[in-house]
Design a protein around this ligand. Structure first.
Ligand code: NOJ
Length: 560
């Protein structure tokens, strides 16, 4: 296969609402991004994936779109988008948009017509969504068609009085799911996608891409995820988009899907296939859940980090796609807590664990996505009150915790540890008021540690986390780390994260302690010729037996 630009890319995931406010309304915007384009050059990233910028009532921060063709006034205008595309392209930076194809907002004109039998376009649009009649219990009371649970915690069904039906929403009730079996609906989505392509966008991250098909027999189930996720037919829809829209226009795409088998992975992003170029998978993301906790269950309960699981998950993907597809590597996105708070230590070992996480991830092959703020070690939020949070998911889940018997404090701690909002607080540019993000109160509070953790400070320190990222990114490109062949060393070791990545230019060896305690490590390899390349304590020679300090990590290299 001819080498594609995205195989050499370093992608930055930009959370638009919290990146940089230019017009003093406390909300990040396109002009804010434009004003910071030099920052991406400096950091060494050459593609930016921007979270949804479309018109939206912002129930789910823009993933609930009310008009696909308009830019949300929170973020600017279409002229701003054009300016961004033009200026970014001048700097050789690609722009990727978030493409939401699974649902719209309930305030989208299609849904307004769909839910109202008296609307002149009702006939056409009703079938753009997924409806079911009520069921009735033995007392004749209306009950939902199934007990399926939404990804945000409540039921997936919402009653619509005027049609006496329920509509399906696998996310919030303000996000009705689209019916991908409707040909007109598909045609409209394809035309919309083409419209953004014609404007000059270089690629898309396709939201919720494994949810497009549902089980239309609506079997009973609780939570019933298997009836609305990863149903084989969704591949047909994705291929249709690929063949008709993405590939003919040479557009780069990244899908998102959890838990794919090898066969499916190849379908999604095999070199020969035409769904996506790459896939964002989640295998490594929640490797520390206490599945026995009944009070703040699932991802909300923190347990011990299963380091073996993290390594095995990455390795599984490297093996599955070997020679047949291209991997994405990343620590987290806007749906998970900050990696330094999650897998590292954001207080005593902020610097060491931030660098350890950088070394362990960014010397692996594949195309990396760095999440806004990760490059300076931004941490989880420090919010004291429930109403400091903004995410729709937080509020349904808080109520769930209360019903399950949690105290307010326990529930708040679960939110501070695990809520999606942890990754969404304003970027910490400097230590001026509001962290230099805005000069008015931001839409979401800044984290108070911005006085210590901020870009301006880290730029001045050549050993900072920021400068570590910069250096790694330079070498990633120079030594073509993306195309290397990775071999994990002692993958079953529960505490270490060690691997070798051999590229045509060099061999890199990462030796890392993922734990907060000291450990001994044995490296069954030939240690000669390796030179110390970077370390988060002090540089030292490679040895077969090493004693590692908390989160100690060292990168060795053999130049070829
Ligand atoms: C996945 C996105 O990453 C998440 O933020 C969003 O809430 C859902 N899809 C629904 O669009």
């Amino acid at each position: 296969m001819k080498r594609k630009w995205w195989q050499d890319a370093i992608i930055y995931q930009l959370y638009l609402r919290s990146f940089k406010d230019s017009n003093h309304d406390g909300i990040g915007d396109f002009q804010g991004v434009i004003s910071k384009l030099d920052y991406f050059k400096d950091l060494g990233v050459n593609a930016i994936w921007i979270s949804p910028h479309y018109e939206s009532p912002m129930d789910d921060n823009g993933y609930d779109i009310s008009d696909f063709y308009r830019v949300s006034k929170d973020y600017g205008t279409i002229e701003d988008v054009k300016e961004l595309l033009q200026k970014a392209h001048q700097l050789d930076i690609k722009i990727l948009f978030d493409l939401v194809l699974n649902h719209t907002s309930d305030e989208h004109s299609w849904f307004e017509a769909a839910k109202d039998p008296n609307h002149p376009n009702h006939q056409k649009y009703h079938d753009y969504y997924i409806w079911q009649p009520p069921k009735y219990d033995e007392h004749g009371n209306k009950v939902m068609p199934t007990q399926w649970r939404s990804w945000f915690g409540g039921p997936v069904w919402e009653y619509n009085e005027p049609t006496n039906e329920y509509y399906l929403h696998i996310f919030s009730k303000k996000m009705p799911d689209l019916n991908w079996r409707n040909e007109d609906m598909k045609r409209d989505l394809k035309a919309m996608t083409k419209w953004w392509i014609d404007l000059g966008v270089d690629g898309f991250r396709v939201d919720a891409s494994n949810h497009l098909e549902k089980d239309w027999t609506f079997p009973e189930g609780h939570p019933g995820y298997e009836y609305f996720s990863s149903i084989p037919k969704h591949h047909e829809y994705l291929e249709e988009m690929g063949v008709e829209v993405f590939y003919p226009n040479d557009i780069m795409t990244m899908g998102e899907a959890g838990g794919a088998s090898k066969e499916e992975a190849i379908k999604y992003c095999g070199f020969e296939n035409k769904e996506f170029d790459m896939l964002i998978q989640f295998g490594h993301c929640w490797a520390d859940c206490d599945w026995h906790n009944q009070i703040t269950p699932g991802k909300w309960a923190k347990g011990t980090i299963d380091v073996k699981h993290i390594k095995n998950s990455f390795n599984h993907w490297f093996e599955m796609l070997k020679g047949q597809g291209w991997n994405i590597i990343y620590w987290h996105n806007h749906d998970q807590p900050r990696v330094i708070s999650h897998y590292g230590n954001d207080s005593m070992y902020h610097d060491q664990s931030g660098k350890m996480l950088a070394y362990t991830l960014y010397f692996m092959p594949g195309t990396p996505i760095v999440y806004q703020g990760e490059e300076i070690g931004m941490t989880n939020v420090d919010y004291e009150n429930l109403d400091d949070f903004r995410d729709v998911e937080v509020f349904t889940e808080y109520d769930n915790f209360m019903k399950l018997g949690a105290s307010h404090e326990v529930a708040m701690q679960a939110l501070r540890d695990r809520a999606r909002d942890n990754a969404r607080s304003p970027f910490q540019w400097d230590d001026s008021l509001h962290a230099g993000f805005s000069n008015v109160t931001p839409w979401m509070n800044t984290v108070k540690n911005y006085h210590d953790i901020n870009l301006a400070k880290q730029k001045e320190d050549e050993h900072s986390i920021f400068n570590t990222y910069k250096k790694i990114f330079q070498y990633r490109k120079m030594d073509d780390i993306s195309s290397g062949t990775i071999t994990f060393i002692d993958i079953e070791n529960p505490d270490t994260y060690c691997y070798k990545n051999e590229t045509t230019h060099a061999i890199y060896l990462v030796v890392a302690n993922f734990r907060e305690r000291e450990i001994d490590v044995t490296l069954p390899i030939d240690v000669k010729d390796y030179e110390c390349f970077m370390s988060n304590y002090t540089d030292r020679p490679l040895m077969t037996q090493m004693h590692l300090k908390p989160y100690e990590a060292i990168v060795y290299k053999i130049k070829k």
